[in-house]
Design a protein around this ligand. Structure first.
Ligand SMILES: Nc1nc2c(ncn2[C@@H]2O[C@H](COP(=O)(O)OP(=O)(O)O[C@H]3O[C@H](CO)[C@@H](O)[C@H](O)[C@@H]3O)[C@@H](O)[C@H]2O)c(=O)[nH]1
Length: 313
């Protein structure tokens, strides 16, 4: 079984690639090494993957249909895990068209090529942001309506719709996974947890945009376990939340980090446009269908992430 991972040099992609190589899977990675965040970081991640085994790597932009088509035709992948995207919520308000390109158009190219080359199973990485601004309730899969509040979320919701279009056209198996604020070692440097830890290690104050937010922070190992589980599923078209189902308020997150950095200084700012107030994953469906069970508490996950960050200094 040959698996293509798009965005394999990114945060989730590199962890997933390592896990799949450890499980003796045959993988190919396509990643443009986009400069949304440090290219050097992505090269380091590729280096980590190389330590686990052999794989083929293409530095290609998924928007370049002709070049990517050659790769699909050369390899005849069985499964495509499409993780590649421009990911930041807040930045999407500054440059929405970037997200139309990298999160919608690039996805259409992948779906079309998957269909044309008889890929059996497409797994698409979506986001909890597709639920928009909903409060005081756990979010189950059927609750996404398209009423979202950032161009990033609109792009992910639209990309999900294109997944359904191409699933219907080509009848490949489709799994849509909605990730909830993933963190851990090699975490994306624009996200809150890695940013806060990095600032604390540099002895600098952290800037907090909005104290009222709450997130279903999910440790990377739980997400990777969830993705690995869906490889062997046998349905036609399903969507699953992958989260921890344990929402954590910003104040609680800060107090957990403060235990490790008692000197932490905070600069409070107002909430940024585009950021939803809260996320809370209902993971019953994933639990029922593939026994998904998140195992890492926020305290444990933060501890591990800080250990990793210290080793990088
Ligand atoms: N990034 C960031 N977030 C901050 C900051 N201060 C406060 N926050 C708050 O910290 C929380 C977590 O922010 P992020 O780590 O950026 O994650 P996110 O907004 O939940 O978005 C991430 O998760 C989505 C899936 O649920 C992903 O789809 C998306 O790509 C993104 O990585 C949010 O409530 C955000 O408003 C800051 O300085 N930087």
């Amino acid at each position: 079984m040959h698996i293509l991972i798009t965005g394999g040099a990114g945060f989730i992609g590199s962890h997933l690639s390592i896990r799949l190589l450890q499980q003796q899977h045959h993988i190919t990675i396509i990643d443009s090494l986009h400069e949304y965040y440090s290219v050097e970081r992505k090269e380091k991640q590729l280096h980590q993957i190389k330590k686990e085994g052999t794989f083929t790597f293409y530095q290609e932009n998924l928007l370049d249909f002709d070049r990517v088509e050659k790769i699909f035709k050369r390899h005849q992948f069985d499964i495509v895990i499409h993780l590649a995207a421009v990911p930041g919520v807040s930045y999407s308000l500054k440059d929405p068209l970037l997200y139309v390109d990298y999160d919608i158009k690039a996805t259409i190219n992948v779906l079309k090529l998957a269909g044309e080359t008889n890929v059996k199973h497409v797994i698409f990485a979506s986001s909890s942001s597709v639920y928009g601004n909903k409060q005081d309730q756990s979010l189950s899969e059927e609750m996404a309506t398209g009423r979202v509040i950032s161009p990033y979320a609109a792009s992910k919701f639209s990309a999900e719709s294109f997944c359904h279009v191409y699933q219907d056209l080509y009848q490949f198996q489709l799994t849509i996974l909605r990730f909830f604020t993933v963190y851990g070692s090699w975490g994306r440097p624009d996200m809150a947890i890695p940013l806060f830890i990095d600032r604390c290690l540099q002895d600098e104050p952290i800037t907090v945009y909005g104290r009222q937010s709450s997130r279903d922070y999910t440790y990377i190992d739980d997400i990777v376990a969830g993705i690995a589980s869906v490889l062997s599923l046998n349905h036609q078209n399903e969507t699953f939340n992958l989260g921890s189902s344990q929402p954590v308020s910003m104040d609680r997150l800060l107090s957990i980090i403060r235990k490790h950095f008692p000197e932490m200084k905070i600069i409070d700012k107002t909430t940024r446009p585009g950021d939803v107030k809260e996320t809370w994953a209902n993971v019953e469906k994933a639990h029922k269908v593939f026994n998904y069970k998140p195992t890492i508490s926020i305290e444990e996950g933060i501890e591990r992430t800080i250990q990793w960050a210290k080793q990088q200094l």
